[in-house]
Design a protein around this ligand. Sequence first.
Ligand SMILES: Cc1cc2nc3c(=O)[nH]c(=O)nc-3n(C[C@H](O)[C@H](O)[C@H](O)COP(=O)(O)O)c2cc1C
Length: 329
Amino acid sequence: MTRIGILIGSTRPGRKGEQVAQWVHERAARRGDAEFEVIDLLDHPLPHLDEPLPALTGQYQHGHTRAWADTIARFDGFVMVTPEYNASIPGVLKNAIDYLSAEWTHKAVGFVSYGARGGARAARQLRALCELLRMSAVTPQVSLSLHTDFENQATLKPGARHVSALDTLLDHVVAQSTEGPAATPTQRETGEAAIRRHVDGIIDAVQAKDLEGLRRRYSTDVVSFDIDPPLQHVGIDAKLKNWANVFTFFQEVTYEVRDLMPTVGEDVAFAHGFGRLSGTLSDGRAVGGMWVRVTFCFREIDGEWLITHDQVSVPLDILSGKGVVDLEP
Ligand SMILES: Cc1cc2nc3c(=O)[nH]c(=O)nc-3n(C[C@H](O)[C@H](O)[C@H](O)COP(=O)(O)O)c2cc1C
């Protein structure tokens, strides 16, 4: 059976890493598709790297290196649990990784990070390091905030969205460890699916007139070039005010988005499409609405895609100076 190692990246007394790894392990142990084991660096007290030859040669002189290599070689994939130390990963984790080479290569790895802002910088650097070692780093990631996911900043109490994110991460690590990279969607496909789900979430929230649901889809500093004046609407409250106006206008509202085309990079993404609001006005009249052009710009913030900018427009008839509102996609 596929074996996945859950590596605790910190060793200091009182570390939170152990709780986080236990949470990952408990959740993983409910699955029947792989075996999971916690790997604790405290059980592998490696000195500062003391091998005379680079790990790439596979020639290990010391017993502690060979023992560490045997441990890592037993696993088909990994979940690495890392805190953020000084905007990076703990030195002890980097040291343990640097000891080996072939034992890591071509194996799947997923990241669970934690820190004041979810340990995002540590996770990013760990991803780059693992990719350099030619590991297959899966896209789904879990980022836990010391402020909101640990009670009194001490006891791990992860919210439901983290449990679901962890399940997705484990799905990818297990699939990739079992069947190879072809079994899992590419990073681009996963990112595009996430952007589509995000826009679907906006559609659902608009139709349910759920302002709080909408608030979760934007960054707090979103800059919206919305269809109505002024030229720009700055900040989440200004953006929500526009949606609140729509909700007063319509008794029942339908929001459609057509031809959505997402493009996804490492931590920024954009998507363009056509949108239309229609429904029943407050006086009971049904209106078909008009198609507008919509561009959403995203940033990945603490492991979540959020809209930081959007643009809504209609083409302008230059001679009359009027917007053209009867076009169909
Ligand atoms: C040396 C050190 C540096 C830290 N630097 C950061 C940091 O840059 N960003 C951050 O969000 N948290 C930082 N922290 C807070 C840690 O993320 C937090 O203490 C976490 O619990 C550490 O993981 P551990 O308990 O498993 O050791 C730092 C903690 C230590 C000990």
